[in-house]
Design a protein around this ligand. Structure first.
Ligand SMILES: C[S@@+](CC[C@H](N)C(=O)[O-])C[C@H]1O[C@@H](n2cnc3c(N)ncnc32)[C@H](O)[C@@H]1O
Length: 438
């Protein structure tokens, strides 16, 4: 780590001591609200939060006194907990409602869920991570946010190149990196850093830039970001993109505390002694060139009449919303797909749009994600309990509740926000996912 410290001294000059002091402090926690949930701010404990100055829907919170991650509101998808500098990446990415967006290295999903906050019904997000177990977490977070314009995949992004060249309006490349921006004081004493690692990461990042360029539409935007300070992994790679390809650096707006890139005023660097958050780098690049003539295959609805009828009957008997127009069934698992969803061939897909639930024999088991994508008024039946009620504690623990005289499927709500489905007969049977119970 001595070598890392020497490099930081050269990089930061007079600021180095301030930087070392800042690393002694606890890291700052933050969250942003899910735009799909009305009035989400009211569920936050106002005495422990502070509005993030530059992130719409973003808040810092006091982790010593407030644990929003433990609240049932978290399980109801009201917010995403993310490091405050990392939040800037998707905040600074200009996203239009009907954009097709790829999050190449998406897990656990902090940027993907914020992109989903900005997309409209015609938009598309492909959220990918090469690592399957991390991609599963990404998929769970997309589920919790009730997103229906997203496909979650786990593949080497290079594999998209033959299927979707020139397809995306926007790509976020939040690259795997040496992670220097996440170090705290104690890390400085431990040998977890090496220059070899920096060079290894820089090489991987260049290959990811190559792929991103192929996948972008002419005129499309690439947000390149890392949580590290090394110039090799940041400005050098941005220069590589500009020199190697027909790409232009688009200036990002610097707000209080954000620093310029090294000899690159268009880019943003965040340092813990200047900005309330960890280390972060981001730069926005635009691909030049003319419209290319590629053909993409859209995924077609695929469901048998019998299965569709079972799902339709469930909607009619229990919900106040129409059955989605395009459904896709895979071994009894039913998804709502959208016309803009491309056919991804043999790429491993973890989530193909909104997962509605499973048809077994001739009945339908509605999913947690369906519940979280709906509003209170979309259910014909529900029981609404407060955040700190015994019923909500029992529910999250996986217990059934005593019957209250209803029949069939409905939603358990926490202060008006759907948390999961239940099935009532002689008890209120718990359909909250087993893996999330606590
Ligand atoms: C910095 S993290 C991404 C954080 C994420 N964007 C977020 O905001 O929650 C980098 C991710 O890149 C993934 N990764 C590593 N190599 C990759 C590759 N070649 N292609 C795609 N993802 C990769 C890692 O599994 C890791 O989850």
């Amino acid at each position: 780590m001595k070598e890392f410290q020497e490099r930081m001294k050269i990089l930061l000059k007079d600021d180095y001591n301030l930087f070392v002091e800042a690393l002694k402090k606890d890291d700052q926690k933050a969250l942003y609200l899910n735009i799909r949930k009305d009035n989400g701010e009211h569920v936050l404990k106002s005495q422990y939060i502070q509005k993030h100055p530059y992130v719409p829907l973003g808040y810092y919170f006091d982790e010593k006194n407030y644990h929003p991650g433990r609240s049932p509101y978290y399980l109801a998808g009201l917010y995403y907990i993310q490091e405050p500098s990392a939040m800037l990446v998707a905040t600074k990415m200009p996203i239009e409602k009907d954009d097709y967006v790829l999050d190449m290295c998406g897990a656990p999903g902090g940027k993907s869920c914020m992109v989903a906050n900005k997309l409209g019904p015609q938009g598309l997000l492909i959220a990918n991570d090469i690592n399957l177990s991390r991609a599963k977490v990404l998929s769970e977070n997309i589920e919790r946010f009730g997103v229906d314009q997203a496909i979650v995949t786990s593949t080497d992004p290079q594999r998209f190149s033959s299927i979707l060249p020139g397809f995306f309006d926007k790509i976020i490349l939040d690259a795997p990196c040496s992670g220097e921006g996440m170090f705290r004081s104690k890390d400085l004493a431990e040998a977890t850093w090496s220059l070899d690692k920096v060079h290894e990461c820089a090489a991987i990042q260049k290959r990811l830039i190559d792929t991103a360029y192929k996948l972008l539409k002419p005129g499309g935007l690439l947000m390149y970001s890392t949580c590290t300070y090394s110039v090799e992994e940041n400005e050098d790679n941005v220069r590589y993109a500009i020199n190697q390809y027909d790409m232009e650096l688009i200036p990002l707006v610097h707000e209080g505390g954000m620093s310029e890139g090294i000899d690159m005023p268009e880019a943003i660097r965040c340092y813990p002694h200047r900005y309330q958050g960890e280390g972060q780098f981001m730069a926005l690049l635009q691909k030049h060139g003319h419209e290319e003539n590629h053909k993409y295959k859209a995924i077609k609805p695929k469901i048998s009449h019998d299965v569709q009828n079972v799902v339709a009957r469930f909607y009619q008997d229990n919900l106040n919303v129409a059955l989605p127009q395009s459904l896709y069934e895979n071994n009894g698992h039913v998804y709502k797909i959208l016309p803009q969803f491309p056919d991804l061939g043999k790429i491993q897909i973890l989530r193909r749009g909104l997962y509605l639930g499973e048809v077994r024999k001739n009945y339908f088991i509605p999913s947690y994600s369906l519940a979280l994508s709906l509003k209170k008024e979309d259910f014909q039946h529900y029981y609404d309990f407060s955040e700190d009620s015994m019923e909500i504690k029992q529910w999250i623990h996986g217990e059934a509740l005593p019957a209250r005289g209803g029949k069939g499927y409905g939603a358990i709500l926490v202060d008006g926000y759907p948390l999961s489905f239940y099935k009532e007969s002689n008890a209120i049977k718990n359909l909250f996912p087993k893996g999330l119970r606590r």
